[in-house]
Every structure is written in C-alpha cells, then in structure tokens.
Ligand binder design. Structure first.
Ligand SMILES: [Fe+2]
Length: 309
C-alpha cells in the first residue's frame, strides 16, 4: 500500500522527476514544457479518439451532470488531442484556470504550488496502444479529459486552488501525505449525490472505463459520506479499484471543508490509527455497505504476487 498525491509518483526510467530537480518555491515554470501540439503523430491522435469514443459512451448518465457540457464547451472533442492554448482561452475566461504541459508526474511541492496559482499540470504525452486499458502515470487523456471539465466549474475551481494553498502549508509541516489523501479521495476518486442518483466527478474514475461502472454499480465497494478528517486518515491502493468511495453532496461542501486551519487536524489525525481501505468506522455515514467481494479477490491476488516475488 502506498500513498501518493495525484501527479506525484516518480519513475526516472520513464523520464519523470525523482526529486525537486533544483526547484525552489515561486518557480512556477520549472517543470513546465511546451505542448508542441504539432509534434503529436496521427497514431497519437487516433489513440485519443479511440479512448474518447469508448469513454464518452460509458459516462453517459454516470458522470456528474456538468461534465458533458463542460467537456464540449471547452472544445475538448474526440477528433484530435486538444491544443492547450485553445482550451485555455475558454477555461481562463470561465474560472481563471490554465492548463500547463508537463513531461510527466512532478513532485508534490511544485504540484501544490501550481494548483495554488490556478495552473493545472497536464501530462503532455499520451499512452501507447499497449497501455490502452491502463496506465498508472497520468497522461493527457487522464488529465485533460478527466480533470479539466470539472475545473471549469467555479466552485470546484476555488476548491482546487484552496487545496493547493493548503498543500503548500501541509508540506511545511510534513503533512503532504495526509492532505494528499484528501486529493485522492475527492479530485481523483470522488462521487457526488445528484437528484438523479450517484454520479462520478473524480478524474481517476472518469478516465477509466471499468472503474466508471465499478464505482457506481458494483455491490463490492463501500460508499461513505464525505468527512474531511475521516479522509485524512484513509489509506488507499494506487493500482486497483478503490475499496471505499466517498460521496459529497455538492462542490460547495468540498470548498467549505477547506475553510478551517488544517494544522490542528494533522495533530489530531497523527495520534489516531490510519483507516485501511475498505474499513468502516464508527460515525461513518454509510450510503452503501459493500460486500467487499472484489476487495477480497484483489487482496488474494496481491498476496499471491508477494509470495511469488
Ligand atoms: Fe489525476
């Protein structure tokens, strides 16, 4: 089990940053690269198109209601990998956010600082055909298709900026791993209660065909009401479906949760045991108590892998 924050895993062999690489606070351009849109190949545009066409069908009736409208009004369409300059013209007008290209995952501190300045790092690259069904590193499909339509919502846009500012403060108090859990369980894997039913707003789910169905329709995972201190304690698996999904009432609830000073929360949470994936605790607002069937099979697979390695 490993905790990470969104775009933060490190793997030098794939050209990603393993350390701060000389970055200092205030240097917003350090990890930013040109998108060089003209350099995408026909095959890369075709992979985007195939991913897009598959996912758009699955998300009909499953994504948060603003997703489809925002996707199209931002000009994120199926035919080509979008040019970030074109998306930014619309996104900046709507919420003051801008996407910037990065070569791959970047370390947490510069990641927080970009968010605090309304700059969203988007992987420039797209997965290969061999990685079509799963890629751990966030590519342009995950980042742009999954995250950016939600960033065009004004309240969510404010939440992510507040999160970035909170992240910078957390990093100063060695609590980045704690606030990282909030990002994971909301921005990446969050569900929202809408009048028509549960819907997806987390980009990790929105960009995954199988998890889009699993998160909403499988009996296996728990679905539990959002509680910020509970999330700060909640561990997760990075490379499998989540055992528990957290459900918000609306984006206002998320934004308001970032109002208080988190430093007393960190002190409190550090004195308590972490909550394991799939564990329910007293005080949970349980919306659906899962059968944990998938979680048990996944645990057996992990155990087998461990024994074989
Ligand atoms: Fe992400």
């Amino acid at each position: 089990m490993k905790d990470v924050v969104g775009n933060t895993s490190t793997n030098k062999s794939q050209g990603h940053y393993t350390d701060l690489d000389g970055w200092t606070r205030g240097d917003l351009d350090h990890f930013v690269v040109p998108q060089n849109w003209d350099e995408y190949t026909d095959e890369e545009h075709q992979i985007w198109k195939d991913l897009y066409q598959r996912q758009i069908k699955i998300l009909d009736g499953r994504a948060v209601s603003l997703f489809m409208d925002n996707l199209h009004s931002l000009g994120i369409e199926e035919d080509k990998i979008p040019n970030f300059d074109d998306v930014n013209k619309i996104l900046m007008e709507r919420t003051g956010w801008k996407v910037v290209a990065v070569p791959g995952p970047i370390p947490v501190e510069p990641f927080f600082e970009l968010l605090a300045n309304r700059l969203f790092p988007v992987g420039r690259f797209i997965r290969t055909r061999e990685q079509f069904n799963y890629i751990q590193e966030p590519d342009v499909f995950h980042d742009l298709f999954g995250h950016v339509p939600i960033l065009a919502d004004p309240v969510f846009a404010d939440y992510i900026e507040a999160y970035g500012k909170g992240g910078m403060k957390a990093a100063d108090h060695k609590a980045a791993y704690l606030i990282g859990r909030l990002y994971w369980h909301t921005v990446e894997f969050g569900l929202i209660q809408e009048p028509e039913g549960l819907r997806i707003y987390g980009a990790g789910i929105l960009s995954s065909p199988t998890e889009s169905v699993f998160a909403l329709e499988s009996d296996s995972p728990h679905r539990v009401g959002f509680d910020v201190k509970r999330l700060l304690r909640s561990r997760f698996y990075i490379d499998d479906f989540q055992d528990t999904y957290y459900v918000i009432d609306d984006f206002e609830q998320l934004f308001k949760a970032t109002d208080p000073d988190f430093l007393p929360y960190y002190d409190e949470v550090r004195k308590m045991p972490s909550i394991l994936p799939g564990e329910l605790i007293d005080g949970d607002k349980v919306i659906h108590e899962g059968t944990c069937e998938y979680a048990k099979e996944a645990a057996a697979r992990r155990q087998k892998r461990k024994e074989e390695s």
